[in-house]
Write a protein that binds this ligand. Structure first.
Ligand code: KIV
Length: 264
């Protein structure tokens, strides 16, 4: 088994697993110093490409961004989302997961559950492809945002789904927008770690979309904690640069290249 995955599994019930998303090398390089898992999420559709949902992200988009992210990663486990429509059946799933792994050298893929695709996870795991599952609010299959696992019926359904994903061989599972009681039940029952987003602190780890927690995306629902307002800092910097150029305060002599070195 991948040594990084082994380390993640050992953390279950001992220390929290820290995860964030990245779509490029510079951000990945910063995250890598602190987090256990970096996810190249198909959330790039909304966050980077300004699309209304994740459905149009292609295999090529995901691969290109992962190649960039990989250049910034030294120690974290690198997990990559399989885009919608790329794991419709076992053959397609295996072909596309292998393409992602071989062209990016990432560690694992993540698949959203449609409550039926357990055999696809099993097929990938049997082919030595590490898989992270994803249940609850699964944007590839659900158009309307809803908190999952609130009613007894929905909680039972999610619980069964989580057990089947574990049985199929996934090494971890994302719980997205799952009611706290159900998150606790799943986390306490499963042997594999649960990574929550909007699913309480009962989970073994947490993930957020980095642009949300940095205050860049404009998407700040209750489950997101905004650690900085990067949009305001960027706004200030760009405003200052604009003023400097207009007032001829930049570039100054110290920025000229005549007779000096290119670097500092
Ligand atoms: O695409 C993504 O960023 C995700 C996380 C929200 C878990 O799947």
């Amino acid at each position: 088994m991948n040594i990084k995955i082994k380390k993640i599994l050992k953390k279950k019930s001992k220390s929290k697993i820290v995860s964030l998303t990245a779509y490029s090398k510079n951000i990945a390089g910063i995250l890598d110093k602190y987090v256990d898992i970096i996810l190249v999420g198909d959330s790039m559709a909304n966050v980077l490409y300004g699309l209304k949902n994740t459905h149009k992200i292609t295999l090529d988009n995901i691969i290109q961004h992962t190649i960039s992210v990989k250049r910034g990663v030294k120690k974290s486990l690198l997990v990559v989302d399989m885009p919608k429509g790329t794991y419709k059946n076992k053959i397609e799933a295996k072909k596309n997961a292998k393409l992602i792994l071989n062209s990016t050298n990432c560690d694992a893929v993540k698949l959203e559950s449609n409550s039926k695709n357990f055999d696809i996870i099993k097929e990938l795991v049997n082919s030595k492809i590490p898989v992270m599952g994803h249940i609850g609010y699964t944007p590839q299959f659900k158009n309307k945002f809803k908190i999952e696992g609130k009613s007894k019926k929905s909680s039972n359904k999610l619980f069964k789904e989580a057990l089947l994903i574990e049985k199929a061989g996934a090494f971890a599972i994302v719980l997205e927008c799952v009611a706290s009681k159900t998150s606790k039940l799943i986390t306490d029952t499963l042997k594999i770690p649960t990574i929550g987003i909007g699913s309480s602190n009962y989970c073994d780890g947490q993930i957020l979309v980095t642009d949300d927690m940095l205050g860049l995306s404009g998407f700040y629902p209750r489950f997101v904690k905004k650690y900085v307002s990067l949009n305001r800092l960027i706004d200030k910097a760009v405003k200052k640069y604009t003023r400097d150029v207009k007032l001829d305060k930049f570039p100054t002599k110290k920025n000229f290249l005549d007779g000096s070195k290119f670097g500092k």
